[in-house]
Design a protein around this ligand. Structure first.
Ligand code: ADP
Ligand SMILES: Nc1ccn([C@@H]2O[C@H](COP(=O)(O)O)[C@@H](O)[C@H]2O)c(=O)n1
Ligand code: MG
Length: 468
């Protein structure tokens, strides 16, 4: 697998945190440092979803993994077993194999495992050794191709914090010790052709103590603990559902839990196709932009807090519902943001709407020119309106002003029609508690800081101030 230092590989992979947008991630950092330079990354690669499955020996890990793989039949899934990374025994060790502790973390080549996971995470092909339980050696290797889902399975797969950190989901299979022992005896005497006395000796000398000392302490890292292993169909269904949702999500949503991209449908794609088309008439542009804006606004309102409310229906029955949040207001970033005001007014009768004007000089120098905000804005939830999030520089100015006015960061919902990854990184990193709701994530920015593929100057097209 070459001799590239693992630390370097991890660093590159933790571009993983800018998943799918490695270069753009770096550029976002530059932007953060006030030097917004961005271009479209041509070598975008989608990050795989990495699942770790740990648990005692014979707890049912492989069985659970097989069931997940079967249910994810339409995805590219690869299973990597920690067993593959057992050190081959030397001739000396082979003569005293009954004294060898296969359940200790040192029994594995942890660096090799780490490197393999880093490479798979980066979408690279990797050769994984195959371990033979009868000869106690790595005999051959198999080629593993990049996949959408990578499942890492093994008794101590949560042991190394570097491997753990690369996992998107951690599962611990929790099976009673007696059941594990009974299964182990059956498996080792059958499949591995071992003597029952040897199996029991190994269990009391190494397997049980190592479970208590090394495996059980990693249970705390699990996101999901599955009792009854493969018999727990509900847990497996839920896990598969979650993986499917995550795979369908934009990679940025995996990094920033407060970024919400509205669920795409062919209607939504169709509307985007129309408003992005340079040939679309002004009338159609406004019509379809309004439809999309309305969807974003409705989705954004769904993130406001609510209180439970009961009403009596005309049939005399009690309906338990919710009451809308009353303390809210809109703030539009002039001029494009004003295009979103109608949709907000249509959803929230009589809502107060403030305004902010930020002057753009190039795209580095941003200057706040004008603001008119409700006096009691600090007591309100704020829907900040701007159809396009590009570099994130104007957004940072606008949000900073709201914070200065006393609006809690968590009370701000930033509504966009389209958002560039660079802007998302900048805003989400600087203001991790605000929510961004958008209808599509763009590819990137061009040299002039224009969003790509974008839809041109939104304000000009919407308000009819472009040349035509
Ligand atoms: N729910 C179950 N009921 C009965 N036998 C099971 C169950 N789950 C696993 N087994 C059996 O127990 C043994 C160990 O299961 P496996 O999934 O290989 O565990 P692990 O990968 O954790 O070592 C296998 O022989 C398997 O067929
Ligand atoms: N040569 C070996 C290598 C490992 N073991 C045992 O396998 C167990 C881990 O495998 P699971 O599929 O059960 O996770 C572990 O308890 C080792 O003791 C072995 O017996 N011989
Ligand atoms: Mg197994």
């Amino acid at each position: 697998m070459g001799s590239t230092p693992v630390e370097y590989m991890i660093e590159a992979s933790s571009g993983a945190h800018f998943s799918g947008f490695h270069m753009d991630g770096m550029q976002a950092l530059n932007s953060l440092a006030g030097q917004a330079t961005t271009s479209v990354n041509e070598s975008v690669h989608k990050q795989p979803f990495i699942i770790g499955v740990a648990g005692g020996a014979a707890s049912g890990k492989t069985t659970v993994c097989d069931m997940i793989i079967e249910q994810l039949h339409d995805q590219r899934v690869v299973l990597v077993n920690q067993d593959s990374f057992y050190h081959s025994l030397t001739t000396e060790e082979l003569t005293r194999v009954h004294e060898y502790n296969f359940d200790h973390p040192d029994a594995f080549d942890n660096e090799k495992l780490l490197l393999a996971v880093v490479m798979l995470k980066q979408g690279k092909t990797v050769d994984i050794p195959k371990y033979d339980f009868r000869s106690y050696k790595n005999v051959v290797s198999r080629r593993v191709n990049p996949s959408d889902v990578i499942i890492l399975e093994g008794i101590l797969i949560f042991h190394d914090p570097r491997v753990r950190a690369m996992m998107n989901m951690k599962i611990f299979v929790d099976t009673d010790a007696d059941v594990r022992l009974a299964r182990r005896i059956r498996r080792d005497t059958g499949e591995k052709g071992r003597d029952i006395g040897m199996v029991l000796d190994q269990y009391s000398k190494f397997v049980k103590p190592a479970f208590d000392d090394f495996i059980l302490p990693t249970k705390k890292y699990a996101d999901i603990i599955i009792p009854r292993g493969g018999d727990n169909h509900v847990a497996i269904d839920l896990i598969v559902q979650h993986i499917r949702t995550k795979l369908g999500q934009h990679d940025l949503c995996k990094i920033y839990p407060n970024l919400y991209v509205i669920h795409s449908t062919f209607q939504i794609r169709g509307m985007h196709t129309l408003i992005r088309d340079a040939q679309t008439t002004k009338h159609d542009f406004i019509f379809y932009a309004d439809r999309l804006i309305r969807l974003v606004v409705e989705h954004g309102l769904g993130h406001l807090p609510f209180t439970e409310k009961q009403v009596v229906t005309p049939t005399g029955s009690v309906y338990t519902g919710v009451d809308f949040c009353k303390r809210l207001c809109g703030v539009s970033v002039i001029r494009s943001g004003e295009s979103m005001e109608n949709a907000l007014r249509a959803c929230c009768k009589g809502i107060k709407i403030g305004k902010i004007l930020i002057h753009r000089e190039g795209d580095n120098g941003q200057q706040l020119i004008y603001e008119k905000l409700p006096q009691d804005i600090s007591d309100r939830h704020v829907l900040l309106l701007d159809p396009i999030l590009g570099t994130g520089n104007s957004a940072v100015q606008a949000i900073s002003l709201l914070l200065k006015k006393g609006v809690p960061e968590a009370n701000i919902i930033f509504l966009n029609l389209i958002s560039a990854p660079q802007g998302v990184h900048v805003v989400c990193k600087r203001f991790p508690r605000i929510k961004i709701v958008t209808s599509e994530i763009e590819t990137g920015l061009n040299q002039e800081f224009r969003v790509l593929p974008g839809m041109g100057e939104f304000g000009d097209r919407y308000f009819g101030t472009d040349d035509e």
